[in-house]
Design a protein around this ligand. Structure first.
Ligand code: ATP
Length: 511
């Protein structure tokens, strides 16, 4: 764990050094949990968005995308339940003066028992090799059963107390489990209180006229209020989906761990409108579809797991997270929620407008049910960055930092370099760059030795380096160097678009 957290520190400094992510307003010493994406970060982020948008919108005839405003009518948030129920239970440690989310403290405590079980399994595997039957071991080993019983018991109490908003019960659970503050090590806790996560501001310049509005805490509501506009103008037939990428704001109690939890972040959400009663079928469909989207990137199948929600949000009848193995361990990356007809019904009540669908096959009107997929773009960015970053040993005490980004997501697809700054090589390199740049984001680099330039491109994840040398002037060939194998090959300049295109195309990810 310690090594993994050090790994996070390395990633943060690498991200800053190479222009991926900067602390926000750094000249004023930054603003807590707020970050800016730099020149390469913006490219990587755009490529992630594009992969998501293409997969969700372009690849599905029955899904369309919109871009709604961040400000919405204040009644939206009353209807959605956020004014009354978008709370986190918080608790303070009186000795360290540190604030925690009570549910997170309990989850982390449970994770300890899960780790114990995982360790026992690993030991068994090591001892018995291929003969080891994991399922049987999990079902019979006394240590495992004891730890699993503890987890089940905590889960049950957590579901009961959080589900019923029994804050005293949550406090008692923390005390009974003997959870201590990681900083002070003490159990000197305050009571548990609820804290609303929405940011508010005033609309209008005349004080008397001003009314409180909120910065949207999720993009989903912009889709619900536009449900009928899109359905009618797009002549959409159920089942259909509306997708959106945009900023969301939450006044998180504790925002830390780099871009994992911020107060201003970006979501990529898709709400899928279905016939009532068919939501579980679609819930399973989207779980499967979304996990495949992740796995296609090749960041390692073992880095993903599903986690079913214990405490369902006020709108959901089923919910699961896709968790990713971040440097801090497995944490939520994406949520898939079956939201029932909660939102549309509630907007009907609060607006007085009908938000229904006439189903010609059933010959009846109904309020559709909704299954949503909701992924944090910044968390996805961190997943990609953290699993791609490596310090690689090259022998002879030499090392290189390499970002083995999926080529389709890499900020630059190729770096074009003249071997030297004279003999007409820069002009030839520019000429090549000028033909490639229409299809690929390329970078031109002529400073420093070839070795140094290669390292620089490795560190930012550029899949190919194209080197122009004296032979190029004679026979129009160049060497092309592969980031991962570091091997170089001599190819004709005319072949470059095809070679680079094959490598960086998103098509094979989408198929
Ligand atoms: P968490 O339990 O981590 O607070 P959540 O369950 O509240 O997350 P959702 O409301 O399901 O999150 O939001 C959907 C997605 O938005 C999450 O899976 C996550 O990727 C992203 N997200 C939520 N809050 C933040 C945040 N503060 N910073 C960055 N991304 C976030």
């Amino acid at each position: 764990m310690e090594q993994k957290e050090d790994n996070l520190k390395d990633i943060i400094s690498h991200a800053k050094e190479y222009g991926f992510v900067f602390p926000s307003s750094e000249i004023y010493d930054g603003l807590s949990a707020t970050y800016d994406y730099g020149q390469l970060g913006a490219e990587l982020k755009n490529n992630i968005k594009s992969y998501w948008w293409k997969s969700m919108v372009q690849m599905h005839e029955n899904i369309v995308g919109i871009d709604a405003a961040i400000f919405m009518h204040p009644k939206t948030w009353k209807a959605s339940g956020h004014v009354d129920a978008f709370n986190d239970p918080l608790i303070d440690n009186k000795d360290s003066k540190k604030r925690y989310r009570a549910d997170v403290l309990i989850e982390e405590h449970m994770e300890k028992y899960r780790n114990k079980i995982n360790k026992d399994v690993a030991k068994g595997k090591k001892r018995f090799g291929d003969d080891f039957d994991v399922e049987q071991f999990l079902a019979t080993n006394p240590n495992v059963l004891r730890n699993q019983a503890k987890i089940d018991d905590i889960e049950k109490r957590m579901r009961e107390t959080l589900g019923e908003n029994d804050l005293e019960g949550v406090y008692n659970l923390i005390m009974d489990l003997g959870i201590v503050c990681p900083i002070s090590g003490s159990k000197n806790w305050t009571e548990v209180r609820q804290f609303n996560l929405m940011f508010s501001t005033e609309l209008g310049s005349v004080a008397g006229d001003a009314s409180t509005i909120y910065l949207r805490p999720e993009t989903a509501q912009g889709i619900f209020v536009n449900y009928l506009n899109v359905q009618k103008t797009g002549r959409m037939k159920i089942p259909f989906g509306i997708a959106q990428i945009g900023k969301a704001f939450r006044n998180e109690i504790i925002a830390r761990q780099f871009i994992f939890r911020m107060r201003e972040f970006e979501q990529m959400e898709m709400q899928f409108f279905v016939r009532p009663g068919e939501e579980m079928k679609w819930y399973e469909y989207w779980k499967e579809h979304r996990i495949n989207w992740h796995k296609k990137l090749g960041l390692g199948d073992e880095n993903y797991r599903f986690h079913d929600h214990i405490k369902l949000a006020h709108y959901a009848n089923a919910a699961a997270d896709i968790e990713f193995n971040f440097p801090m361990g497995f944490k939520e990356l994406e949520g898939i929620h079956s939201r029932t007809d909660f939102d549309l019904k509630s907007h009907e009540e609060h607006s007085g407008k009908k938000l229904q669908y006439f189903d010609p096959e059933l010959n009846e009107n109904y309020v559709p049910y909704v299954v949503e997929t909701s992924i944090g773009l910044d968390r996805m960015f961190l997943a990609v960055l953290s699993s791609s970053y490596q310090m690689e040993d090259l022998g002879d005490g030499k090392q290189r930092a390499v970002l083995s980004l999926p080529p389709a997501l890499a900020p630059y697809k190729a770096a074009v370099m003249p071997l030297t700054k004279k003999d007409g090589l820069p002009e030839k390199a520019r000429e090549i760059m000028n033909t490639l740049k229409f299809d690929f984001n390329c970078v031109y680099d002529e400073k420093d030795s070839a070795g140094k330039r290669y390292r620089r491109q490795d560190a930012i994840g550029t899949p190919y380096c194209v080197m122009v040398d004296h032979q190029t002037l004679e026979d129009n060939t160049v060497t092309i160097r592969d980031r991962d194998t570091m091997e170089q090959e001599r190819v004709a300049v005319d072949q470059l678009p095809q070679i680079i295109g094959d490598k960086v195309s998103m098509t094979h990810l989408l198929k």
